[in-house]
Design a protein around this ligand. Sequence first.
Ligand code: F6R
Length: 619
Amino acid sequence: MCGIVGYVGPQMGSKALGVVLEGLARLEYRGYDSAGVALVTADGLQTEKRAGKLENLRSALDSHPMEESRTGIGHTRWATHGGPTDGNAHPHRGGEGDRLALIHNGIIENFHSLKKALLAEGVEFVSETDTEVAAKLVGREYDKLGDLTAAMLAVVNQLQGAFTLLAVHADSPGVVVGARRNSPLVVGLGDGENFLGSDVAAFIGHTRHALELGQDQIVTITPDSYSVIGFDGAPAQGKAYEVTWDASAAEKGGYSTFMEKEIDEQPHAVGDTLLGRTKDDGELVLDELRISEDQLRNVDRITFVACGTAAYSALVAKYAIEHWTRIPVEVSLAHEFRYCDPIVDERTLVVSVSQSGETMDTLMAVKHAKELGALTLSICNTHGSTIPRESDAVLYTHAGPEVAVASTKAFLAQITAAYLLGLYLAQLRGETFGGDPKELMTELREMPEKVQEVLDRMDRVVEMANFMADTRSVLFLGRHVGFPIALEGALKLKEIAYIHAEGFAAGELKHGPIALIEPGQPVFIIVPAPESPHDLHKKVVSNIQEIRARGARTLVIAHDGDEDVVPFANEVIRVPHCSPMLAPLLTVVPLQVFALHLALAKGLDPDQPRNLAKSVTVE
Ligand code: F6R
C-alpha cells in the first residue's frame, strides 16, 4: 500500500537523499498520492513532503535543497487515514523538539484510543493520520530511553493492526530502526551501507544480498551492522537470501510503460514458472511444496482464496483442477471467506493466490483457514513476502517483478502454477479422467511459444483500441474457462481505461444482460476451441448470433482455423490452437493489449491508475 525506504551509509558519505529517492521511484507502484523524506543532517533532522506523485517532492527539493546526509528514510503513500495532503504525507514527527521522524505502512487499528490519551496529556497533532500517533509515542520513549531500538520496542506492543514503521532521530545519526507486523519489510545488506525497504526493489540498484524478517520483529541498521530482535525483546534472526533479478528487471528497459513491458514478458513468465518442475520423462516434481504426498493424497476439497485478477486465475484453476483431479474446488474472494463460515477441515487444501504476497484480505483468509485446521498453500510471485511465510507450503510463480498496478504477467504465471498444482495432484492420485498428466505437461511446455505468437499478432488489436478511444461501455462474454477471462478483460478495461465494462458467462446473457445490447454496443466474445466438450463451441457461436442480431459489434477471439465464427464477427482476433483447458493463457492477451492501448489513446497513465495501489495491505 505504501512504499518505505531506509538508508545508512558511511561516516563521510552523503548519498542518503539520492538512495532514498531512487528507492521511492522504484516503489511508487505501491502508492503514489504523496511522498516524503527525512534526513539526519549535521544541523539536525530535516523533512520534506508533498501531496501528489514523487515528482512534486522532487520539485520541492529542487527549490529547497536539503543538507547532505548519510542517514535517511522515505515514503510513498496510498492514503488510508486522512486524505492525500501535504500535512498527512509521511514522515511524521515526534518527541522533544520534534527530533524524531517516522514513516508507516499499514493501519494502526487502535489509533483513536491512543490519540485520545495523548491529547489528554496535551500532545498536539498536525495531521489526521494514525501514523502521527506512532511518531509521538516513539518520540516520547526516545526522550526517556535515549535509544531508538529501545524506544521502538517500548511502543510496538501498544499498537494493534498491521504496520511497518521506520524511524530516525536527530541524535542518532547512522541508525535507522524498523519494525514489522503483518506488513512487509526487507533488509538490504551492502558494503559499508545498509538498506531497508518494503521490497527489494527499494535497494536493488545497490545490493542483491537481502535479509527476510519474521513477523513481529524489529531491525536496527547502521552502516556496517544490523541486529534483529522480536517484539518480546529477545534476539532474533533474519533469513538471508540472494535476489535473483537485477535493477534492469524492475526498470522500463526501453518501453514507455511498465504494463507494456510486462505484457511482453509473458512468454518468460509462463516459461520460467514451468522451469525445473518436471523430470526428463515429463513426471512432475514439486518437492518444494513441503507438504507430504500422503497429506496431498488425503485432500478431499480445495478452496482457493484470492482477490481481483488473482481470484480470476483461481477461477480458471477451478475448471482445470476439478477436471484433472476430480477433487471439488471452490473459489472464495478472500475478503468474503472469513464471513461465510467456511466449511474447511484438515482434509481441505486452502490455496491462496497473490502476486504481492501482501494482500491483507488474502493474508487474513489464510490465517483463518489455518485456525480451522486446513492445509494452506500459497501461489505467490514475491519471495519472502508475508502470505507464503504464513502458509504451510508455497509454489512460487517466476514472473519477475511486476510494477504496473494492473496485473498481467503475474496472472499468466498464476494460471500456470495452478495448472502445475492440478496436474501434480492428478499424477499423485493416479487420476486420468482429464487426460494423461504427462501429455498435458508436454502441451503446457509449448505455451510460452504460443503466447509469443499471440503477442506478435497484436497490430489489429492496437488499431481497434485507438479507434475505440471514445467508447463508453464494453461487454465481455465467455463460457467455461473463457468466463474468468471475460471477467479479467472487463477488469483490465475498468481499472486502467476507466471505461464501464462487464464480463458475463455467455449462457447468462438471456437471463438479463442481453437487454444491454443496442446497436453498436461492442462485445468481446471468447470462443472455446472447436473440439471443446459438451458442444460448448457451438453454444458460444449461437450466443454471438443472438447479440449480433440485436446490433452488437462483435469482437471475437477465436482459435486459428475456426471458420464458424466468421459470418457473425465484426472482428476476428486469432490465437494459436491449443487444448480447451489451456486457452486462457492465450485468450487473455488480446484483452490486456486492448485495455493498455485504449488507456494510452485516452492519454491515461496505465501504470498508475487513479485510486489504486499495487498491493492492498489494508482490509
Ligand atoms: C488487477 C490487480 C488486482 C490484484 C489484487 C490482488 O489488475 O492487479 O486485482 O490482482 O489486488 O493482488 P495480489 O495478487 O498482490 O494479492
